[in-house]
Design a protein around this ligand. Structure first.
Ligand code: GDP
Ligand code: MG
Length: 794
């Protein structure tokens, strides 16, 4: 008797697999409403009636033929790990379509249980499934469930134990595909059995079937034995021709038809539906939401609404983060003396990584809004509507999902986006999608945009974000159109878009979803971004000024101080009234700022400040009266001289810091690029940030943060990066807008480039870097030059 049981949860996307997994294991899992999100398998372990059951959540798939990543992942797990039982979560309200996968499990032969899920939905639509009939005809145990309310889960587990205890061998079911195909399958089987590549993992019939279905993995496998491949290809070619001649369809299509026929035969007897329930609630909603005219209007409104919500809701918490980081910097300054360590922590980490982290509230609200779209099923409608547009630009319906995943609304990631292109079977459509996916506004670009919006476009933040989204889509679509009519010219392939039903999202699902993505963002900031920030800080700090150079600045300052102290009015003042320079410092600063202006308002304000005791000493009426007229006028003169000294020394410090930054390793790279970058309004600091941004786009924010922290213009050290940029005369809305466009379009980040390479080749990965850089530069050049000429935003 076996104590440990392994089960695999499988099923079509949206059949409730994740919900069932959560109900069984109590574990957390991402819940989304479109295919392509659940690519990794998740594990959970529970005890049921003394048995330890390990549950693996397979990616949602419609089929077991290795066309897509999900299918490969799912199938590999099944044949390599050979779980005791596969539990196929089937959507009872959409049985015919869902059983397509179940049929293939039967063909594979793995012990199977069908969880007839969403029986509540089916019932509400007037669909009644006779579970006994289904079980008998399909020859598989069937357990009805409502995963959302955990109904039937215990019964399901009982059944799992029962089936696992039987410990049956795999028994491939044989389904007829008509005389011709059956005959060829038989012949291919015989050839395979002779070959060296025959793998016990699969039955020869399965291999034969999948080869006919043009399964990528199996074709690779058979390639390993050129002898038998030749023989099999001969049979396939003959079959193909014969089938085309007689049925005017490819064998693939015929095989699918037969599977659906097999299913229809079963459901006809086991499913009863009321005619009047045909038009269900989702269909009715879709009549409005995907209407050709109203649909897009609603879509745009929803999009705008999301941005409005995100910026409004995050405004206050963003302020808290700013205050927190200011406070932190203050604490550090108090406890760590000026020097490299201080600079690393304040300029490298807090102004760098902190700048990225301070956008967490914004990211969180954005993800929350997107989670609502996904979990409710509206995202699939967005895809559905965009599909019409995309086709015109030479992209495929499946490209929509890739683009949305990459940040079509903002806040996605191009890496899973690139992987999602695997569902595209036409290589040219696939490469075209692959190449434009990085134009979308991924989560890493979000802090860059938010920072620049916060600095220069505060009047209508949501509107600006909306514009950026539309721009990124426009660039992606036009680039696709160009690619598809030049290097990637080719025919369009057909596509059917499926619309899952609408569902009310659960609060728990939304929160988990939001938190998982926010946590990813935080984790990335705390690891990769932190590492890169420290490296870039070092590159911006070292080698620093040479001793001689630093000495020049120091000498300059010393000279100024000495000449100040030897001024007659100062000399006299020190000699007569006060012993040391420190006292002078305190007194003069306050005196200078308030007394020189001599208006009561600032005197009063000063009186409230922590400097009150000093201020009072010099500014109080009595104090002034106590002093002779002569004394007061001496004080005034000395104060004016002191103010001059301070200004000059601050100026020297700024020059020194700038010289140090420019002379650093990164500074030299940034300066070297200024020749080109000046044409689009970027100085060496932005160049450093953009070079760093190749590692990850958030680095654009963290690096600017560090650069502006190291180079304290006018000795202004406080404030967020947004504030610093706003104050800097080199920056204006036009530069900011250009930087947004450049960040949106230029070279995809390092990880994305690697993913593109993995999905295609170095050639296309290299192409995407160069292509994107050129597009980014040309667009920026046009915008900046036209903007400058017309005086817009400067
Ligand atoms: P998966 O993507 O296939 O894993 O499916 P999910 O677990 O994400 O479920 C999709 C949606 O269906 C979620 O909103 C669930 O709350 C909902 N859901 C899951 N099971 C049931 C059920 O039995 N009845 C109803 N009404 N909804 C369900
Ligand atoms: Mg799922």
């Amino acid at each position: 008797m076996k104590q440990k049981i392994t089960i695999a949860l499988s099923g079509n996307p949206n059949s409730g697999k994740t919900t069932a997994f959560n109900a069984i294991t109590g574990a957390r899992q991402h819940i989304a409403n479109y295919p392509g999100v659940t690519v990794e398998k998740k594990f959970g372990r529970i005890n049921h009636k003394g048995y330890e059951i390990e549950v693996v959540d397979l990616p949602g798939t419609y089929s077991l033929t290795a066309y897509s990543l999900e299918e490969i992942v799912a199938r590999d797990f099944l044949v390599n790990e050979r779980p005791d039982v596969v539990v196929d979560i089937v959507d009872a309200s959409n049985l015919d379509r869902n059983l397509y996968l179940a049929v293939q499990f039967k063909e594979l032969g793995i012990p199977l249980i069908i969880a007839l899920n969403m029986v509540d939905v089916a019932e509400s639509r007037g669909i009644k499934v006779n579970q006994e009939t289904l079980s008998t005809l399909f020859d598989v145990p069937v357990v009805p469930t409502v995963a959302r309310s955990e109904k039937g889960i215990n019964e399901l587990l009982d059944k799992v134990i029962e089936v696992a205890l039987e410990g049956e061998e795999w028994q491939p079911e044989i389904i007829s595909y008509g005389i011709d195909i059956d005959q060829s399958l038989h012949e291919i089987e015989e050839v395979i059995k002779k070959g060296i590549v025959y793998d016990e993992k699969y039955s020869p019939r399965w291999l034969a079937l999948k080869y006919l279905e043009k399964d990528r993995q199996i074709i690779e496998l058979i390639k390993g034995d050129p002898e038998i491949k030749k023989e099999i290809d001969r049979i396939c070619k003959r079959t193909f021709k014969h089938i085309m001649d007689t049925l005017e369809e490819e064998p693939e299509g015929i095989i699918a038809d037969h599977r659906y026929g097999y299913i229809a035969g079963i459901t006809k007897k086991s499913v009863k539906r009321k005619i009047e329930s045909r038009l269900n609630v989702s269909d009715k909603i879709d009549k409005v939401l995907t209407n050709r005219i109203i649909g897009p209007v609603i879509m745009m409104t929803v999009l705008y609404g999301i941005y409005e919500f995100t910026f409004r809701a995050s405004k206050t918490p963003l302020g808290w983060f700013e205050v927190f980081f200011e406070w932190l910097k203050g604490m550090i300054s108090l406890s760590i003396p000026e020097g490299n360590l201080h600079s690393l922590i304040v300029s490298g980490i807090i102004d760098g990584v902190g700048g990225v982290l301070s956008f967490v509230p914004l990211i969180m609200f954005m993800f929350f809004a997107i989670a609502i779209l996904e979990d409710s099923g509206y995202m699939a409608r967005v895809a559905y509507m965009l599909d019409r547009v995309l086709r015109w630009f030479g992209l495929h319906g499946n490209s929509v999902m890739a683009l949305l995943i990459s940040g079509g609304i903002s806040g996605g990631c191009a890496v899973p986006g690139v992987m999602a292109t695997r569902t595209l079977r036409d290589p040219k459509e696939r490469i075209a999608t692959l190449l434009v996916v990085p134009f979308m506004n991924c989560g890493a670009k979000l802090p860059v945009f938010a920072m620049l919006i916060g600095a220069f476009f505060t009047e209508n933040m949501a509107g600006m974000m909306f514009v950026f989204t539309l721009l990124s889509w426009s660039f992606a679509l036009f680039a696709a159109k160009i690619l598809r009519s030049t290097v990637l010219r080719g025919p369009k392939t057909p596509f059917v878009m499926e619309l899952p039903p609408y569902r009310a999202p659960t609060i728990k699902g939304l929160l988990i979803h939001t938190w998982e993505r926010t946590w990813q963002y935080i984790k990335k900031a705390g690891t990769i971004i932190l590492g890169i920030s420290v490296i870039l800080w070092a590159m911006m700090t070292f080698p620093g000024l040479s001793k001689e150079q630093a000495q020049i600045y120091e000498d300059h300052r010393t000279r100024l101080r000495e000449s100040f102290l030897s001024l007659p009015e100062v000399k006299e003042f020190i000699k007569d009234k006060h012993g040391g320079l420190i006292t002078l410092d305190e007194l003069f600063t306050e005196y200078n700022t308030a007394f020189l202006n001599n208006d009561m308002e600032s005197v009063k304000a000063l009186a409230k400040s922590p400097f009150f005791p000093i201020v009072e000493r010099i500014l109080s009426k009595e104090a002034i009266e106590r002093r002779s007229e002569e004394e007061n006028s001496a004080l005034l003169k000395a104060a004016a001289a002191y103010a001059g000294l301070r200004a000059k020394i601050a100026n020297i410090e700024v020059n020194e810091q700038q010289a140090s930054l420019k002379g650093s390793i990164a500074g030299r790279i940034g300066l070297g690029l200024e020749g080109i970058s000046r044409t689009i309004g970027f100085d060496y600091r932005t160049n450093i940030a953009l070079v760093g941004g190749f590692a990850a786009k958030e680095v654009v924010v963290s690096t600017l943060g560090t650069a502006y922290s190291l180079d304290k213009v006018g000795s202004e050290q406080s404030g967020s990066l947004s504030e610093k940029l706003r104050r800097d005369p080199d920056w204006n809305p036009l530069v900011a807008f250009t930087l947004v466009l450049f960040t949106m379009l230029y070279v995809p980040c390092f990880v994305t480039v690697i993913s593109i390479k993995r999905e295609s080749s170095w050639k296309w990965a290299g192409f995407s870097m160069i292509f994107n850089l050129i597009v980014a530069y040309l667009v920026s050049l046009m915008v900046y030059q036209i903007g400058s000429a017309l005086g817009i935003g400067i």
